[in-house]
Design a protein around this ligand. Structure first.
Ligand SMILES: Nc1ncnc2c1ncn2[C@@H]1O[C@H](COP(=O)(O)OP(=O)(O)O)[C@@H](O)[C@H]1O
Ligand SMILES: [Mg+2]
Length: 381
């Protein structure tokens, strides 16, 4: 694949690499434990098993960490220098009700163990702990949370999509009526210039609303017949050329620089609606650029993983605060003054409809990564 940016190296680097060194979203574990040696051992063990690990030696530190991080699971000691792990548990439940918690405790603290089980702790591991049991327990807890979350998101999504399609249908008719009357009024040549101007403004607003409604409507559609087999990396390259004004020319005009890094594996074929997948990628690129108001790096990767195609869109932007991350896929949810809040909800719908999955990992102040997997076209698996 040719480098999209090769003729303009001074304004951004592009680097193509056909190796499949892509990594999927790593689950994040928060380890709250005050004994340094135990921290070191568990951290190393979990990292070796593919987890990202944040550590806290005190409850105060743990509270600080969960302000900017949504852990996929927490490993929690009961006896901590500034209180009991059980107190932290109560706080945690008000912010992250579903985060699985695995308690570490000595056998002698059997009462605490019972209390922790009563507070909805997922597992309880006696110290000294067994490495493989700890890893097994975390794996199980993370998987359970993922399934629960997926179920909840898709249920919520189905309800919203149905509502959206209903609203879209009614509004479409109303907008059509408005449009017709504007047209008829404008045909009347006796009107003065100011009224014509106002009718034009009205027409623009109605047209914009029609576009929004059309997008909403597409969200409710569960199947489409317009699918073809295409190669993913060329679709991404085409999309990057089309969106170059957004990620390159406009930022540069405003004195900021966005570096583009692509690692696109070859021969990744999927069967999908090209226009829709292109829309998803375009939304992700736009969001990434909008999240980097002072410039940064946009990294796009694609690779085969088993019978799936995996793509990652990663930016070094402002990140997403934990308290809103559950809502970013909701229709009309936006933190931008002029945003529609439809980009991610439509993208999510498109990926689900194609039998894929879309997830996000973000660290405020550091950046965000959106992960998408899609089934490979059968004849190419
Ligand atoms: N790459 C990103 N970095 C930080 N925040 C993001 C990113 N992508 C999406 N968001 C958040 O998710 C919200 C919803 O995104 P989206 O559905 O595309 O709507 P819009 O871009 O119109 O706001 C955004 O307003 C923003 O708060
Ligand atoms: Mg957007």
């Amino acid at each position: 694949m040719g480098s999209v940016n090769s003729s303009e190296q001074e304004h951004g680097s592009s680097n193509d690499d056909t190796s499949s060194s892509i990594i999927g979203p790593r689950d994040r574990i928060l380890l709250v434990e005050d004994f340094q040696d135990t921290v070191r051992i568990i951290k190393r063990l979990l990292e070796k098993n593919g987890y990202e690990v944040a550590t806290a030696l005190t409850i105060a530190q743990a509270k600080e960490i969960i302000k900017s991080m949504v852990p996929d699971a927490i490993v929690l000691d009961i006896n901590l220098p500034d209180g009991s792990g059980l107190d932290f548990l109560q706080d945690l439940r008000t912010i992250h009700p579903d985060t699985p918690v695995i308690m570490l405790t000595a056998y002698t603290e059997i009462e605490n163990a019972i209390r922790s089980l009563q507070q909805g702790v997922d597992d309880f591991i006696p110290k000294p702990f067994d490495n493989s049991y700890l890893v097994h327990s975390i794996g199980k807890a993370v998987e359970k949370r993922r399934l629960k979350e997926r179920l909840r998101t898709s249920e919520k999504f189905r309800a919203i999509a149905e509502l959206a399609a209903g609203v879209a249908h009614d509004f479409n008719n109303l907008l059509h009526t408005m449009s017709t009357h504007i047209y008829l009024l404008k045909k009347n040549s006796d009107l003065d210039a100011e009224i014509h101007q106002r009718l034009d403004a009205l027409k623009t607003a109605v047209d914009d609303a029609t576009v929004i409604i059309r997008r909403l409507n597409s969200m409710g559609k569960t199947e489409d017949t317009d699918r073809t087999v295409f190669e993913l990396s060329s679709l991404i390259t085409d999309m990057l050329l089309m969106t170059k004004p957004k990620w390159h020319y406009q930022p540069r005009k405003n004195g900021r620089n966005i570096d583009l890094v692509t690692r696109l594996g070859k021969n990744i074929y999927i069967r999908a609606n090209t226009a829709e997948i292109r829309e998803v990628f375009t939304n992700l690129v736009f969001n990434a650029v909008e999240a980097m108001p002072t410039g940064g790096t946009l990294t796009i990767e694609a690779a085969r993983q088993g019978d799936k195609a995996l793509c990652v869109f990663r930016d070094t932007g402002m990140g997403i605060p934990p308290e809103i991350i559950d809502r970013i896929f909701d229709p009309f949810f936006t933190t931008k003054g002029s945003g529609s809040g439809l980009g991610l909800s439509i993208s999510f719908a498109i990926i689900e409809k194609h039998g894929g999955q879309m997830t996000v990992k973000s660290t405020p102040g550091k950046g965000t990564a959106f992960y998408i997997n899609l089934p490979l076209a059968e004849e190419f698996t």
